[in-house]
Structures are given as structure tokens and as C-alpha cells.
Write a protein that binds this ligand. Structure first.
Ligand code: ZN
Ligand code: ZN
Length: 271
């Protein structure tokens, strides 16, 4: 199994050392792990300016030595993207992009620089959050900078009880248009299993969106747990592989130095 979305102490919101997650990965049957700490380029973010690539790469090298032969460790990063940080992201990608194995582009902010948390929904209809969020995801896809797009329907995770439930079917026209852009751009997206452990109780995105993507000819998928704690490394990945198969996806992507190979899901399913 591939867990391509794991945070460590190099992220402001995570206290789990890389080594603890490597141990947990081996125990969970994860064969490839990508450490994707936050690169937050939104000035108001609590992690702004904290990411240290040199120290990060040194720790990845140390772990590669320690887990040699037991676990494939990818140097990754989760780059926050929205249109107001476009130039800062471009600078980072230009300077550091080639040094990574794998780069996630994730939208965590609305266009106005408001973080996608429950407070964002205050005084707004669901549409006023979901539709602009999907627009930001589309802008991220159009950059062509990212190996995958993180949690493409993230707002559902932070939906307050005051709002009607998010049903992707209610946004099918907009989401299908977005998926057309993913297909046209050869852009992968991730199945982020953290939603299965949290309030949405379904991955981000869930099966409906995956099925629409496959029907439109899409084939590029990565998998990750978005773990901020060692005990969730690998969580939900087997169920996700089965879900992908049922939705018409036959393989997932593996990365080295930003280059992808396809791995048949059948070779990753446990008996
Ligand atoms: Zn994220
Ligand atoms: Zn993350």
C-alpha cells in the first residue's frame, strides 16, 4: 500500500516524528510512504515561514538509511495553493520542485484568504463555499505544477451542523466540468482517507466523484491518509483500493523524482 500523504514535526500542526510514522508504516503493511509536510505560503497561516526544506531533506535521508530494504521513503511536500499565493507557490516550485519525489497541491483557503474551517460557513450558503472552493481547485490544476491534488472536496470536512449536508450529486455539473479539466490536463488527484476517520465518514473525494472521473476517462489516482499521528498511517488504504476498483480505476500512481509509474491495484490488495 502507498501512503502518500503523511505529516511530521516539520508541519506546524503535527508532533509526530518521521521515525514513528516509518515504524507504523512497516507495521501496517505500507510499502511506500511520502512525507508531505505543509508548505504554507498564505501569510496569515500559523505555519507561514516555518517550513525548512534543508532540515526536512536531511531527515528523509536519515530515515532512508534506517529503513533501507523495509520501506520506500519519498520526499514529498503538501503545497498550499490559492490564487492569492500563486506567485509565492510558483517561486517555491521553481526552486525546490525538482528536489522532491512527489508534490501535492492542496487548497486550504478561499480566494479571499479565509481559511476553510467551520467559521468560513458563517452567514453563507453551502454553495457560497463549495463553488468558489472548486474554482480554486481548478486554478490549481491549471498551473500544472502538482503531481496530485489533495482532498479536492475538503469543505465537507468542516461543514457545521447549521448547514445542509454536502452531497456531491447536488454539484454534479460543476464537479464533472472540473473532472474534465483534470482529464484534459492529465492531472491526478488523491483519495484522502482522513475523511473516513472524521465527520464526513467518507474519503475526500468519495466514491461518486471517483466513478464520474473514471467515466470521463480519468485514470490518475494517488492514495494517502493525511496522517498527523503514527497510529493512522495506512488507515483506510485497503478499503480505498477496493473502492477504486469498484469505481472503475485499475491502478494507482507511484512516484520517484516527480516521474510516475502505474501500479495495478490487484497487486496491492491483501488476500
Ligand atoms: Zn491539506
Ligand atoms: Zn495534509
Amino acid at each position: 500500500m502507498f501512503d502518500y500523504h503523511v505529516h511530521t514535526t516539520f508541519s506546524v500542526d503535527c508532533a509526530t516524528p518521521m521515525e514513528a510514522s516509518c515504524e507504523a508504516a512497516v507495521a501496517a503493511g505500507v510499502t511506500e510512504i511520502a512525507f508531505t509536510d505543509h508548505q504554507d505560503l498564505q501569510p496569515s497561516d500559523m505555519g507561514f515561514g516555518l517550513y525548512q526544506p534543508a532540515a526536512y531533506f536531511a531527515e528523509v535521508e536519515r530515515m532512508r538509511d534506517r529503513f533501507d530494504g523495509r520501506l520506500t521513503i519519498l520526499a514529498g511536500v503538501e503545497v498550499d495553493y490559492h490564487t492569492e499565493t500563486h506567485e509565492a507557490v510558483e517561486e517555491f516550485i521553481t526552486e525546490f520542485g525538482p528536489r522532491y519525489d512527489f508534490v501535492i497541491g492542496s487548497v486550504h483557503y478561499a480566494a479571499g484568504g479565509e481559511i476553510v474551517f467551520p467559521e468560513l460557513f458563517g452567514g453563507k450558503q453551502l454553495d457560497d463555499v463549495i463553488l468558489p472552493y472548486l474554482d480554486q481547485v481548478e486554478r490549481a490544476v491549471m498551473t500544472g505544477w502538482f503531481d496530485t491534488i489533495g482532498h479536492l472536496d475538503l469543505p465537507k470536512r468542516y461543514l457545521p451542523k447549521t448547514h445542509r449536508d454536502y452531497d456531491p450529486a447536488a454539484y454534479r455539473a460543476r464537479i464533472s466540468a472540473l473532472l474534465d479539466v483534470f482529464v484534459a490536463q492529465d492531472q491526478a488527484f488523491e483519495i484522502n482517507t482522513s475523511g473516513m476517520r472524521q465527520r464526513p465518514k467518507t474519503s475526500m473525494p468519495g466514491p461518486a466523484i471517483v466513478r464520474w472521473y473514471a467515466e470521463l476517462g480519468g485514470t490518475r489516482i494517488t492514495t494517502g491518509t493525511d496522517s498527523h499521528a503514527a497510529q493512522t498511517v495506512g488507515a483506510g488504504l485497503q478499503a480505498t483500493l477496493q473502492m477504486l476498483k469498484l469505481c472503475g480505476i485499475d491502478d494507482i500512481l507511484s512516484f520517484r523524482r516527480r516521474a510516475e509509474t502505474r501500479v495495478p491495484i490487484d497487486t496491492l490488495l491483501s488476500a
